[in-house]
Design a binder for this molecule. Structure first.
Ligand code: ATP
Length: 366
């Protein structure tokens, strides 16, 4: 079994006498064969977590288990884990074949023929057989990335660790490689931990996402769970593009009162937020309904500021009408919908699409 468990894994660094808690009591189980994406903003502790699993950093406290064996004290070579870095880290003077074979020659007692077979097989899987005699300098970024993956695959490890492997590629190639990598992981069925700060990669590639902020785990779940049932304001704002809209509101029984609007809620919603006076109301841009008539029933009158066309959909930036006009928000509508700046409209926030969070802790209430 190649499941990986982190139990209260903590890593602190000393920065000229200041203690930096890079990873804070992280509990996380990655299942055998799972593709888990670790995601979060810069500095949230993703790479440090991965490096602890790889054995490149030792935890300050807590345990890391592979299968049923605690691996805290094992060297990287003893862990049967292969890591792929953003920088590819290829040897420039060696051919592609040499780069892919190098780790095997160094750390295994496979025969030359067995190593050749493994390299040929990995090259075939990755579609780089034609490149085996070239040097890294003669390859495109995407090809170098495949070689870096090939070097991990030939080792047939229990676990793959990938640290922002697509970050150096252009947007089109990144999108292609996303699909390829996902397919590859499915075919190889190797437990994979993948680090990125890109929520699109996290959403599209993973079986489950673990979202970190400030060294602390915010939520772990399938992409759809994190999207539809975010555990807190941080996750709600991090997952989804354009981001969820947030409004500070006070709870006045069955009415949520924002700076520029009043929103009557059902008994069920009122019950969910009972006892919480300050709230954050969240709604995703695609859940906001825009109607042309600002005087229609159940609408909040609003004004279109700017329409940003994205082809298949438009992002519509709005503000509430007739009020101080400070609260701005974004809705998405179909690309064929014609709305223009300055237009008066009505907006509806369907209650079943509302997210309500405690204003102090940020935790989801419904
Ligand atoms: P990024 O997306 O920018 O790579 P990250 O989420 O991978 O960020 P880490 O590299 O794990 O974040 O860093 C987490 C925190 O630990 C940061 O505040 C970072 O400055 C700090 N840190 C990481 N390595 C060290 C180190 N060797 N010495 C001191 N501080 C460190």
């Amino acid at each position: 079994m190649a499941n990986v468990s982190l139990a209260a894994a903590t890593k602190t660094f000393d920065d000229d006498g200041d203690k930096i808690v890079a990873v804070d009591e992280l509990d996380l189980d990655i299942r055998d064969g799972e593709f888990l994406v670790l995601v979060g903003p810069s500095g949230c502790g993703k790479s440090t977590t991965l490096r602890m699993v790889a054995g490149l950093e030792s935890p300050s406290s807590g345990t890391i288990t592979l299968g049923d064996e605690v691996i805290n004290d094992k060297t990287p070579q003893e862990r049967d884990i292969a890591m792929v870095f953003q920088s590819y880290a290829l040897y420039p003077h060696m051919t592609v074949r040499g780069n892919m074979a190098f780790g095997l020659e160094e750390s295994t007692d496979l025969s030359d023929a067995e190593i050749t077979d493994r390299v040929d097989e990995a090259a075939d899987i990755l579609g780089i057989t034609d490149l085996l005699d070239r040097k890294p300098g003669e390859l495109s970024g995407g090809q170098q990335q495949r070689v870096a993956l090939g070097r991990a695959i030939v080792r047939d490890p229990k676990v793959f660790l990938l640290d922002e492997p697509l970050a150096n590629l252009d947007a089109k190639l990144r999108a292609e490689m996303r699909t390829e990598l996902q397919q590859l992981q499915e075919d190889l069925d190797t437990t994979t931990i993948y680090v990125t700060h890109d929520q699109t990669e996290a959403m599209t590639m993973s079986d489950r996402i673990a979202i970190l902020d400030g060294g602390e785990l915010q939520q772990v779940g399938t992409p759809m769970e994190c999207y539809h049932e975010p555990a807190n304001v941080f996750v709600a704002g991090f997952i989804g593009e354009p981001s969820m809209n947030f409004f500070d509101v006070t709870n006045e029984g069955d009415v949520l009162v924002g700076e520029d609007f009043r929103y009557p809620v059902s008994d069920a919603a009122a019950a969910a937020v009972q006892g919480h006076d300050d709230l954050v109301l969240g709604i995703r841009p695609e859940n906001i309904e825009i109607v042309e008539d600002p005087m229609a029933d159940d609408v909040l009158p609003a004004v279109v500021d700017v329409v940003e066309p994205h082809g298949n959909e438009n992002a519509v930036h709005l503000r509430f009408a007739d009020q101080s006009g400070e609260t701005r928000f974004t809705a998405t509508v179909g690309g064929m919908r014609s709305l223009s700046g300055g237009q008066d409209v009505g907006v509806r926030f369907p209650e079943d699409a509302l997210h309500l969070f405690d204003g102090h802790s940020g935790d989801a209430l419904r």
